[in-house]
Write a protein that binds this ligand. Structure first.
Ligand code: 6PG
Length: 487
C-alpha cells in the first residue's frame, strides 16, 4: 500500500511526489488525464516506490488508512472538483491536503464541508517553485493538528533543512497555513518590486547596463541582502539573449503577470486595517506595468522633470557621468531599509490576522521556516527569528533594536535615494511608500486630527479630545458650540 497519494501531476505535484518517493516513502500518483500519469511513470517511475492509478477509485484503493491525499491542482474550482470526486470514495478520518495556492477563506469553507463527511482537510502552503518541490520546499501546514501528526513525518522529511531544522511547522488551525503562504507571496511581491526599483535607478540614474547591475547584485548578495531573490537577480541580469546578443532582460516585455496571491494579501490587509504599503504598492506596480499601451501613449504626452532638475542625465535619459559609488551604495541601503519595512508590515499583518482568527501564530517559527526552501529565503530571516525569540509578541519589528538600528543607519541614504529618484522622475512606489510609512509610524502625533475635524464637520462623525474623555461634536455650521455626544 502507498503511504501517501498525490493527485495533480503538473510540475509542482510531480516534483512533490518524486521528492516524497526519493525519501523511501511509497507514493500513489494520479492525474485527471491518464496520459500524464503514464508520462510521469515513464520518466520517473524508477525513482521510487510509485503506484500509478488510472482512476480516482484505483488511487484511493492504493492508499493505506487513514488515507493521506495531497491535491496539487490549480487554485479555485479545480480544488472543489477534486474534493467532490474524492469525498464519496473516502472513509471517516481520511485526510485531504490541498497543497496549492488556495485562498484561505476557501480553505476554511472546504475544511467545514469535509468535516461534515468526517474527512479531515488541511490547507498547506508550499513554497519554492519547481526546484523547491523536488529538493526541499518550505511547507506551511494548516488545519487540524491531529491530522497534521499523520503527515508530519513525511512533510518534515521532504522539507528544506536549515541548521538541522526542517522548514516546516504546523502553522495553526483552519486556513492559517494558506494565510501564511499568502503573506509569504505578498512579501515576495514586495521583495521583487524593491529589487526592480533598485534596477531602475541603477539603469536610469546611475547609467549602468544590465550585466553591470547584475554584478552589483552579486556583490550585494554577500551582505545584509543575501537572499535567493537577490542571487537570481544577478543571474537574470547577466544572461545574454541568444537571438540578439543583448541582455535578455532588455528584450523581455515590461509587463508583470500575477496570479492573485499579492492582491489577496493587500485586500486582507485593507480589511484588517493594517497598513501594508510595501506589498500593496508592489501589487499596484504590477497593475501599472500591465497598462503598456497607455504608458506608450503617456510617454509621449506627459512631461517629466525639467532638465535642470534632472541635471545628471544624459541625452538618452541615462547619466552622462560615471556612476558614483556612493549612489550605488545609497540604493543598496534604501533597498535594505525598505525591505525591513515590508517585512515588518507583513509580520504585523500576520499578527493581526492571528488575533482576529484566533490562530495563535508563532511568528518566530514563520521566520524560521522561511529561511530555506521558499522564494523569500534570506539571511535576513535569521534576524527576524532572533527578534521574536528575544522580544516575544512585539507589535512591529521596527521596534526591535536590531531593526531600529538598521533603519536608523540606512535612513540618510534612503532619503537621498527617494529625493534623487523623485527629481529624476523615476517611479519608486515601494521605496517611497516604505519611507513614508516609517516617517508616519515614528510620529507621536500625526495629522489625522484634522481628518476627524473634517469628518465631524460634514457628517457629525464626532471626535475625541486630547484633554477629556468621551466623544464630541461641534455644531460647525450652526452655533459653533461643542457638545458631548456619549452622555
Ligand atoms: C512560491 C511562489 C509560487 C508562485 C507564485 C507566483 O512560493 O513557490 O510564490 O507560489 O511562483 O504564486 O505568483 P505570481 O504569479 O502572482 O507572481
Amino acid at each position: 500500500m502507498a503511504h501517501i497519494g498525490v493527485t495533480g501531476l503538473a510540475v509542482m505535484g510531480a516534483n512533490l511526489a518524486r521528492n516524497i518517493a526519493r525519501r523511501g516513502v511509497p507514493v500513489a500518483v494520479h492525474n485527471r488525464t491518464v496520459a500524464r500519469t503514464k508520462e510521469f511513470m515513464g520518466a520517473y517511475g524508477e525513482e521510487g516506490d510509485f503506484t500509478a492509478a488510472g482512476s480516482m477509485e484505483e488511487f484511493v484503493a492504493a492508499l493505506e488508512r487513514p488515507r493521506r491525499i495531497i491535491v496539487m491542482v490549480k487554485a479555485g474550482a479545480p480544488v472543489d472538483g477534486v474534493i467532490a470526486e474524492l469525498t464519496p470514495l473516502l472513509d471517516r478520518g481520511d485526510i485531504i491536503i490541498d497543497a496549492g495556492n488556495s485562498h484561505f477563506p476557501d480553505t476554511e469553507r472546504r475544511a467545514a464541508e469535509c468535516a461534515e463527511a468526517g474527512i479531515r482537510f488541511m490547507g498547506v502552503g508550499v513554497s519554492g517553485g519547481e526546484e523547491g518541490a523536488l529538493y526541499g520546499p518550505s511547507i506551511m501546514p494548516g488545519g487540524d493538528p491531529v491530522a497534521y501528526a499523520e503527515v508530519e513525518g513525511v512533510f518534515t522529511t521532504i522539507a528544506a533543512q536549515v541548521d538541522g531544522s526542517p522548514c516546516c511547522v504546523h502553522v495553526g488551525p483552519g486556513g492559517a497555513g494558506h494565510y501564511v503562504k499568502m503573506v509569504h507571496n505578498g512579501i515576495e511581491y514586495a521583495d521583487m518590486q524593491l529589487i526592480v526599483e533598485a534596477y531602475d535607478l541603477l539603469t536610469h540614474v546611475a547609467g549602468l547596463d544590465a550585466p553591470d547591475i547584475g554584478k552589483i547584485f552579486e556583490e550585494w548578495n554577500s551582505g545584509d541582502l543575501e537572499s535567493f531573490l537577490i542571487e537570481i537577480t544577478a543571474i537574470v541580469l547577466q544572461k545574454t539573449d541568444d537571438a540578439t546578443g543583448r541582455p535578455l532582460v532588455d528584450v523581455i516585455v515590461d509587463q508583470a503577470g500575477q496570479k492573485g496571491t499579492g492582491t489577496w494579501t493587500a485586500i486582507d490587509a485593507l480589511n484588517l486595517g493594517v497598513p501594508l504599503t510595501g506589498i500593496t504598492e508592489a501589487v499596484f506596480a504590477r497593475g501599472l506595468s500591465a497598462l503598456r499601451d497607455e504608458r506608450r501613449m503617456a510617454a509621449g504626452t506627459l512631461a517629466g522633470p525639467n532638465p535642470s532638475a534632472a541635471q545628471d542625465r544624459g541625452v538618452d535619459g541615462r547619466s552622462a557621468e560615471a556612476p558614483r559609488a556612493d549612489l550605488v551604495d545609497d540604493i543598496r541601503q534604501a533597498l535594505y531599509a525598505s525591505k525591513v519595512v515590508a517585512y515588518a508590515q507583513g509580520f504585523a499583518q500576520m499578527r493581526a490576522a492571528s488575533q482576529v482568527h484566533g490562530w495563535d501564530l508563532d511568528l518566530g517559527a514563520m521566520a524560521r521556516i522561511w529561511r530555506g526552501g521558499c522564494i523569500i529565503r534570506a539571511q535576513f530571516l535569521n534576524r527576524i527569528m532572533e527578534a521574536y525569540a528575544e522580544h516575544g509578541d512585539v507589535e512591529n519589528l521596527l521596534m526591535v533594536p536590531y531593526f531600529t538600528r538598521a533603519v536608523a543607519d540606512a535612513q540618510d541614504a534612503w532619503r537621498r535615494v527617494v529625493v534623487t529618484a523623485t527629481q529624476q522622475g523615476v517611479a519608486i512606489p515601494a521605496f517611497a511608500s516604505s519611507l513614508s510609512y516609517y516617517d508616519g509610524y515614528r510620529r507621536e502625533r500625526g495629522p489625522a486630527n484634522l481628518i476627524q475635524g473634517l469628518r465631524d464637520y460634514f457628517g457629525a462623525h464626532t471626535y475625541r479630545r486630547i484633554d477629556a474623555e468621551g466623544s464630541f461634536h461641534t455644531r460647525w455650521a450652526q452655533d459653533g458650540r461643542e457638545v458631548r455626544t456619549d452622555v
